[in-house]
Design a protein around this ligand. Structure first.
Ligand code: GLY
Length: 367
């Protein structure tokens, strides 16, 4: 059970290997990349207790040193970046060594950034342990930390040397974390592939219930779509921005809920996707019934779809628009939106009248 997706980036090309039990065979995957049999692994205190010993065994005669950081978004910060880089230096990680990011999106982004700046760049391997990290953040080389001014504002493009997505580790995710990651899976169908969305309508609930083959297929198709887009537009000059479908709304909602447990990133993306389709419909871009179809599938998956599904109070429409203005996709002072002509047909535009946006958010706040 092994699928491989190539991310074609010339000299920086790499493989994303997707399969069951890859961690148990980590030696076979990683040893060919090493000059000496030693890796520095960074994980967090959720993943470490569950899977680190399994990774150590899987690495066989490769010597493993490890650092365990606190789980959670707050770890994507200067203090933990400093700690990680200093630890790597203490461990005498050299230019030709490999660093391993073993965790979800937070660990992948932080460790990737540490690898980008350590000794002006060392190679790293991503072993993503959440659905969200497997289908999105571990692929494509975006690395970084958060600033008090916003999420992901400090970082670098630094492509991994290899990504190992072990489907088995998804079995230890909570149902809520799995569904949050699914927000990024459904995004791919919505932005670029009606057939994939239809496949998800058929198979998503079974994949969530634990279907291993279906999980593997959902990850493979998502990663293939991301790899194709990244190969065409590595540094987000154009098409890669489509991957931000649902994110302008989602980031504002995450900021409104103080990046807390009230709303996970993937949940914000899912609600954001519904809002993006509703906005598209209001602007006459997509058919009347399309937003309802998006919402129906997310409902079938047991996911949040509306502002009313978020516990506690939210800012009003003006407040949400102000938060959207802090998004890093603001260009020449104008908000960028990913809108859609239909499911699988998204595009980027800055051409959204404020009154339509305001009306959408006012109506959404009343639901
Ligand atoms: N997560 C969006 C991107 O990698 O471009």
């Amino acid at each position: 059970m092994l699928e491989t997706v190539n991310v074609e980036l010339g000299a920086r090309s790499y493989e994303v290997r997707i399969g069951a039990g890859l961690i148990d065979h980590a030696h076979d995957h990683i040893a060919p990349l090493l000059r000496r049999p030693r890796v520095a692994v960074v994980t967090d205190d959720t993943v470490g207790p569950l899977h680190l010993e399994r990774l150590r065994k899987g690495l066989g005669d490769i010597d493993m040193v490890s650092l365990t950081l606190p789980a959670g978004e707050a770890t994507k910060s200067w203090p933990h970046l400093t700690r990680t880089v200093e630890w790597m230096l203490e461990q005498k990680v050299e230019r030709k060594d490999i660093v391993v990011a073993f965790g979800g999106g937070v660990i992948g982004d932080l460790v990737g950034f540490a690898a980008a700046i350590l000794r002006r760049g060392v190679r790293f391997v991503q072993i993503p342990t959440t659905l969200l990290a497997q289908v999105d953040s571990s692929v494509g080389g975006k690395t970084g930390i958060n600033s008090t001014a916003g999420k992901n504002l400090i970082g670098a493009f630094h492509q991994p040397a290899l990504v190992l997505a072990d489907i088995d580790v998804l079995g230890t995710l909570t149902a809520r974390d799995f569904r949050a990651g699914y927000g990024e899976v459904v995004k791919y169908g919505l932005l670029g592939s009606l057939p994939f969305f239809e496949w998800l309508e058929q198979n998503g609930p079974l994949a969530a219930a634990g279907g291993r083959d279906l999980r593997l297929e959902a990850v493979r198709r998502s990663v293939q779509m991301k790899a194709d887009i990244v190969a065409r537009d590595e540094t987000e000059e154009g098409e890669r921005a489509l991957l931000n479908l649902g994110h302008t709304f989602g980031h504002a909602l995450e900021a409104a809920t103080s990046y807390s447990d009230r709303l996970l990133h993937g949940e914000g993306v899912a609600i954001g996707c519904v809002l993006a389709f509703e906005l598209s419909q209001k602007l006459g871009l997509c058919a009347q019934e399309t937003p309802g179809r998006v919402r129906a599938h997310l409902h079938a998956m047991g996911m949040k779809t509306d502002l009313g599904d978020i516990a506690g109070d939210l800012p009003d429409a003006d407040g949400l628009i102000a938060l959207m203005g802090q998004d890093k996709k603001v260009l020449d002072g104008k908000l960028q939106f990913i809108l859609a002509r239909g499911i699988g047909d998204a595009f980027v535009t800055a051409d959204v009248p404020r009154d339509v946006l305001h009306q959408l958010l006012t109506e959404a706040s009343g639901r």
